[in-house]
Design a protein around this ligand. Structure first.
Ligand SMILES: Nc1ncnc2c1ncn2[C@@H]1O[C@H](COP(=O)(O)OP(=O)(O)OP(=O)(O)O)[C@@H](O)[C@H]1O
Ligand SMILES: [Mg+2]
Length: 269
């Protein structure tokens, strides 16, 4: 049997992004393999969201490269990148407040509105497709362990529940890679743990990959991710398993320097 040597689905190579005179991302390189759950962490303003914006095609990098499944994606539009199986959430959750949770899951991303939509609506297979999407929506709510929320209005949800529905929306299209921008910021501890546990299970059961931005080092070190990419001032400070990150001198110094000892090496050490 021939062994598949590379399962790399995303490769970021020497990514740099400038906004006028400001260098938001200086030099970032890392890769994501199929079936990996990776944390991207770093202090406020270090360039995490900008990195996501370049990967998902919303921003064009100043230099460097983004490769998806080995193909140069640097010139691709966001919808082309999404069609390759990359979906993302944004740091600030945006749901349709006057719709139910399940309706929110059914709202298709903009690029799915093709010019032939009206014609397609009257063809029988489209109704089948709608039915499949509804089945998928309930499946996603099951995977996130919130089937009971299906008919709640989005406006009634707590901040944490809204984040969960937002993750659900990104899961609707059977993605290969989920890019989640701080999905547990401001979410209470137990729900934040639950979100991470569900993502871990999703990765293990389906083989998709998750790249998740988080700013709390202490929190992510406990969450069972496979690897952590640590950013600082637009660069990758180091990457490795949670154990390697925990004991890395540069990380300890940067975090102790930046934020006192609240973020790393705290309790239970
Ligand atoms: N569209 C933009 N125009 C100008 N400057 C920007 C833009 N987007 C981001 N920046 C700047 O680039 C730097 C990196 O921002 P970015 O949002 O990527 O950081 P971050 O690591 O996601 O921070 P946070 O933890 O606060 O979300 C910051 O100094 C920010 O002000
Ligand atoms: Mg950000």
């Amino acid at each position: 049997m021939v062994e598949i040597l590379s399962n790399t689905i995303l490769e970021v190579k020497n990514l740099r992004k400038e906004f006028g005179g400001l260098v938001a991302v200086k030099d970032v390189s890392f890769s994501v393999e199929a079936g990996e759950f990776i944390g991207l962490i770093g202090p406020n303003g270090c360039g995490k969201s900008t990195t996501f914006n370049c990967i998902s095609g919303l921003l064009k990098q100043t230099s460097g490269k983004v490769e998806i499944f080995g193909e140069d994606a640097s010139e691709m539009r966001p919808d082309e990148i999404q069609n390759l199986g990359f979906t993302r959430t944004f740091q600030h959750t945006r749901l349709w407040r006057e719709m139910t949770v399940v309706e929110n899951l059914l709202v298709p991303p903009r690029n799915q509105f093709k010019p032939n939509l009206i014609r397609a609506l009257f063809q029988p297979h489209t109704r089948d497709a709608e039915k499949q999407r509804l089945i998928r929506a309930y499946e996603v709510l099951d995977q996130l362990e919130v089937p009971h929320m299906a008919h709640n209005m989005a406006s009634e949800l707590s901040g944490g529940q809204s984040k969960l529905v937002d993750i659900g929306r990104s899961m609707m299209g059977d993605p290969q890679l989920l890019l989640l921008d701080e999905p547990v910021a401001g979410v209470a501890g137990p729900l934040a743990n639950k979100i991470f546990n569900n993502l871990r299970r999703l990765v293990d059961e389906t083989g998709i990959s998750v790249l998740i931005i988080e700013h709390n080092m202490d929190f992510i070190l406990r969450q069972g991710v496979d690897r952590i990419v640590v950013m600082n001032e637009g660069e990758v400070l180091m990457m490795g398993t949670p154990e390697e990150v925990r004991s890395n001198r540069a990380v300890i110094e940067a975090y102790l320097g930046a934020a006192g000892d609240e973020n790393i090496g705290g309790e239970n050490e």
